[in-house]
Design a protein around this ligand. Structure first.
Ligand code: AMP
Length: 212
C-alpha cells in the first residue's frame, strides 16, 4: 500500500506511521526527519532550510518535490511506503500525481488546535534516528533514551509556543486544502487522534479497513 498521512503538527502522524510501518512491512518516509538530518549534517539543503524550519514555515515546493522524487525512486519503495509530511501543499500533491507515483489512500489524522500546543510541548524525538516519543502518552522504556537505537531524546527546535502557532496557521492555510484534492480522487479517509495512543491506533486501523 502507498499511503499518505496528513494532519496538523503533533496529530500523531510520526507515531502512527511507525506503527503502520511495522504492521504493513513498508518504510515510513518522513520529510521532517530527512530535513532535520540534513540540518544536523550541515549539507547544502540543510544549511538552506534551517531558518525556514525553525520559524515554522514551509520549505519551497521545488526543493521538496526533488527530495521526495529521489527518495521514492529507491528500491525499498517498490513494495510500498508511508509518506509522513509530504505533500504539504496542493502544488506538491499535484507534482506527486504528475510524477506518476500512485497513492492508494490518504489518511487524515484529526486533532483540534487547542490540544496541539499541549501535545507538542511534551513531544520528544530521538536525536539519532528521529523516532517520535511523548513524555506523557508515548514514553520510552528507559527515560530519555530511544527504544529503537538508544539515542538521546531531545525536544525539537520548532516545538516552542511561538513556532507552534505559526505551524498551525501554515497547516490550515497551505496543507489542509490537499484533503479536498484527495477527496475528489476518492481516496481520503479520516481518523480522530485521541488522548490515548491505542485509541488513535484503533481509529487508524478502522479508517484503513485493517483488522483492529
Ligand atoms: P515535520 O517533522 O513533518 O513536522 O516537519 C518539520 C518542518 O519541516 C516543517 O514545519 C517544514 O518547515 C518542513 N517540511 C517538512 N515537510 C515539508 C514539506 N513537504 N514541504 C515543505 N516543508 C516541509
Amino acid at each position: 500500500m502507498n499511503l499518505v498521512l496528513v494532519g496538523p503538527p503533533g496529530a500523531g502522524k510520526g507515531t502512527q506511521g511507525e506503527i503502520l510501518s511495522k504492521r504493513l512491512g513498508v518504510d515510513t518516509i518522513s520529510t521532517g526527519v530527512m530535513l532535520r538530518t540534513a540540518i544536523k549534517e550541515q549539507t547544502e539543503i540543510g544549511k538552506n532550510v534551517e531558518k525556514i524550519i525553525n520559524a515554522g514555515n514551509l520549505v519551497p515546493d521545488d526543493v521538496m518535490v526533488e527530495l521526495i522524487k529521489e527518495r521514492l525512486a529507491k528500491p525499498d519503495c517498490a513494495k510500498g511506503f508511508i509518506l509522513d509530511g509530504f505533500p504539504r501543499t496542493t502544488a506538491q500533491a499535484v507534482a506527486l500525481t504528475e510524477s506518476g507515483v500512485k497513492i492508494d489512500k490518504v489518511l487524515s489524522l484529526e486533532v483540534d488546535d487547542d490540544k496541539i500546543v499541549e501535545r507538542l510541548s511534551s513531544r520528544r524525538e530521538c536525536r539519532k534516528c528521529g523516532a517520535p516519543y511523548n513524555v506523557i502518552s508515548n514514553k520510552p522504556e528507559i527515560e530519555g533514551k530511544c527504544d529503537k537505537c538508544g539515542g538521546d531524546l531531545i525536544q525539537r527546535a520548532d516545538d516552542n509556543p511561538e513556532t507552534i502557532q505559526n505551524r498551525l496557521n501554515v497547516y490550515h492555510e497551505q496543507t489542509e486544502p490537499i484533503k479536498a484534492y484527495y477527496e475528489k480522487k476518492g481516496i481520503l479517509v479520516t481518523a480522530q487522534g485521541e488522548e490515548k495512543l491505542e485509541d488513535t491506533t484503533s481509529n487508524v486501523a478502522k479508517a484503513l479497513g485493517l483488522e483492529v
